[in-house]
Design a protein around this ligand. Structure first.
Ligand SMILES: N[C@@H](CCC(=O)N[C@@H](CS)C(=O)NCC(=O)O)C(=O)O
Length: 344
């Protein structure tokens, strides 16, 4: 298990790109599911979710946890949030400023680790408990099994699919059987997910962490092509003038919307500036009237989206955690508002 980007500069800052200037995301290592008759059977008071509020991959899991009513049962999947600053030793439960002078005052504090794990300072400590040989990057989200003291999953795409069913026997009646990956739409969802992942979700990172002009342009172009394609898909469905939310696939909310949302809601406040994805902003009504409306329908229309979107942590995390992109770690004040109103 080795991280492809797990390199540190002499100054302690993480080097995100490989030697050819391209950012490559590592493959996740823990790929199990919560399911009956498995090492991780559905149960109350057993599983925990570790997230960073800034992280778009962890954000997917927070949204599905709410959409599925898992948050309604307090001991089903409690959430523990790391501090927003991703420091030299990765995500942390304790402010880096306490041990690193140059990081004093940075970051938005999280919740601290769960009871019984007060000795753990970094998220890495959970990875090492699960696998003492673990040598790759310690990413969020993490689905933690308290009984087995191990990680069930650190791959958000599989985790959010698993949450459709994993805890159904415990959630309130009205959430049971609800799925964001319905059988009849799977083929289309998979197709959309594939290019949205590569060109948009990961595309903003590949653009932002490129360390050569060529690598930057190689990723900038497909990113904006994909945004044009999304705009056209939503225009065809009349999203701009619709009073009701319009969805990417079929006429119901699916994981395709959830996966796209966590990138698009970060686009204007962060990716446009910090990752130099600056051909347009999503709020540019002359370019993305439909995509912009789609975003605002989800944010303003559904508590699962709005209540899990923390602009303060999002901005603090990105602008303060990547000194290669932003050496003085200044968090820009704008654009304001972070997201426009539904009819603005
Ligand atoms: N494939 C993973 C990717 C998760 C991921 O890359 N998370 C980032 C935060 S946005 C992370 O935790 N990075 C920590 C690090 O690189 O040290 C997923 O989708 O779950």
């Amino acid at each position: 298990m080795s991280g492809t980007n797990d390199q540190t500069h002499k100054d302690g800052n993480t080097k995100w790109a490989s030697s050819d200037g391209e950012f490559r995301r590592q493959t996740s290592s823990f790929r199990s599911l919560v399911q009956p008759n498995s090492p991780h059977p559905p149960a109350r008071n057993r599983y925990k979710l570790f997230v960073a509020l800034a992280c778009p991959w962890a954000h997917r899991a927070l949204i599905v946890r709410k959409l599925k009513g898992i948050d309604k049962v307090s001991d089903l999947l409690p959430v523990y949030v790391v501090d927003s600053l991703l420091g030299p030793e990765g995500w942390s439960w304790k402010p880096y400023g306490e041990t690193h002078d140059e990081l004093k005052g940075l970051g938005v504090p999280g919740t601290g680790p769960p009871p019984g794990h007060e000795d753990k300072v970094r998220i890495k400590d959970f990875y090492l408990q699960a696998d003492p040989q673990y040598g790759a990057r310690s990413t969020v989200p993490v689905l933690w099994d308290e009984e087995k003291k191990t990680i069930v999953s650190n791959e958000s795409s599989e985790l959010i699919r698993n949450l459709n069913e994993a805890f159904d026997e415990f959630v309130p009646e009205e959430y049971r059987g609800k799925t964001y990956y319905p059988q009849e739409l799977r083929k289309e969802i998979d197709e959309v997910n594939e290019w949205v992942y590569s060109d948009v979700n990961n595309g903003v990172y590949k653009t932002g962490f490129a360390t050569t002009q060529q690598a930057y342009e190689n990723n900038f172009v497909p990113l904006f092509k994909a945004l044009d394609k999304l705009e056209a898909m939503l225009a065809k469905k009349g999203c701009k003038d619709s009073k009701k939310p319009v969805y990417l696939v079929g006429d119901q909310m699916t994981e395709a919307d959830i996966r796209l949302y966590t990138t698009i809601v970060r686009f204007d406040p962060v990716y446009h500036t910090h990752f130099k994805c600056n051909k347009h902003q999503i709020r540019d009504e002359a370019v993305y009237p439909n995509l912009h409306k789609w975003l605002r329908h989800l944010y303003w229309g559904d508590e699962a989206f709005k209540s899990t979107t923390d602009f303060e942590s999002i901005k603090a995390h990105y602008y303060q955690s990547h000194p290669g992109n932003n050496p003085h770690r200044i968090v820009p004040s704008g654009p304001l508002p972070h997201i426009r109103g539904l009819d603005e």
